[in-house]
Design a protein around this ligand. Sequence first.
Ligand code: 5AD
Ligand code: SF4
Length: 548
Amino acid sequence: MGKSFDIGLERLTGIGVPGDGQPQEGGVKPPLQDGDGAVSASLEEKTRTLKGAGCGTHTSEGATFYLETFGCQMNDHDSEKVAGVLLARGYRQVDGPEAAKVILYNTCSIREKAAQKVFSRLGELRPVEATELRWIEESKLGLGKSANLEIGVPRAEDAEQRSGGVRTRRLQSAGKIIGVLGCVAQQEGEGIFERAPWVSLVCGSASYRKLPQLIAELEAGNRRVTGLDTDTDETFETEITRRDNPFRAYLTIIEGCDKACSYCVVPFTRGPERSRASASILEEVRQLAEAGYSEVQLLGQTVNSYADPSARKMRFSELLAAVAEVRGIRRVRFTTSHPRDFGKDIVEAIDAHPTICDQVHLPVQSGSTAVLRAMARTYTREEYLEKIALLKAARRPISISTDVIVGFPGETEKDFEETLSLLDEVQYDNVFAFKYSPRPNTPSLKMADAIPEEEKGRRLAILMDRQREIQRVRNEKLVGEMFEVLVDGKSRRENPSGVRASQWSGHTSSNRVVNFTSPEQELLGDYVQVKVTKAMPHSLVGEMVGRG
Ligand code: 5AD
Ligand code: SF4
């Protein structure tokens, strides 16, 4: 049998185990432990680019774009929609910024490190000419900032005056449209133009409805356009969504967040809650099923706070059930749930519909009621545990994952121990843990008793060790069990045993990653039965025993 490896598909695709693809609260997909403070083997800080494909009909035939996405599943899906908007205008998507006329970064600002990433990317795109002109201004003219630089990228005619036209051509050839989308765009606003004058588009996610118009303005020659309003009751729906994942289709059902957790930027960057009409959601699910998707994941920062704006007034649990009943749909996931809005009706819907996956991501953030209060989480430890009890009372085992923040201001050693004891009590299947990161505009920014970075790191390491051991023991118990696996990856590794069997990977309904061998030639997209032969903290290893 092939050598087993405990990385699962998540290392390849940026998805976690089992909390794959969560736009967890705050909209962040579970990250790698990379110093930014995450416990689990998945990638937040990894970035993703949608592969170039397709072509539309509109105004910009022949133009190309490059789109790179940071952060959560919501951002990934927003990027799929942005790509759809551009493709519909006749753009072609390319794999690198060099070949692109339009370069877009869809950004994340949930923690400081994530936000910094975009500025380092933008730094890479700084036009050579801008640097050179600044040098000319400051060293030769002795004037400090030039008028040009104050208003942004040097004008071509100025460059021409100084260097006889050569520089003009270089400036024009460097004349790509560079745009910043998403949470950093919303947070920094026009300040981005000051930090990176070569940027021409700044648009937060709450204004994506305006994107086609903003792009049209850029095409018409406008040098700078912004979409920064958050006072909208509209959601971002598009005619075409360029879906990147061939096996799992994402659908945003609610955007923004009306909670006000004291550490979180999301209410500022994504605006207030806006739900999409149930009929429109169901219609899209039907279309997805017809297009061959059997798995859908409903997305929202607080997905279970869904409030149908139409006369139908479907509750979230009713919507789940209706999606689960769409012909052709075999798996329905939803993320992220907020504990306060998590009721028995959701568990009843899971019980009643085998197509609703046995996986719930329920971020707790802390096991201490005192810290939860300071975080403005709106529940106590005990109330959270009542929700866990509902899940544990379900007819089939439901895999539960969570998010934890360590080192919140004022978190005592005793508070931290309460978080550890919560992990022991709940026995999560996965935990995404983060060091507290102070964020602009948030109430916790001004809170006293900040915890030193080193101490945050120490707590995070302890928590990770504790949870890894919990997962190891829990997964061990699965050896010998049979799971239905949707195959979504084929390993590039050759099987070293000499047996002609490929390495495949996929996800169970509980969203565990299973790596397995099979001599079959083609399994991608198939549902197969796999018997678990070995368990690791973040993935399972098995052998295929039949088709699903
Ligand atoms: N610092 C650290 N972690 C944070 N999260 C949200 N805001 C912060 C912050 N300021 C975490 C929460 C949330 C997840 C997506 O990111 O755990 O659920
Ligand atoms: Fe989640 Fe709270 Fe942030 Fe809303 S404010 S996205 S509920 S962490």
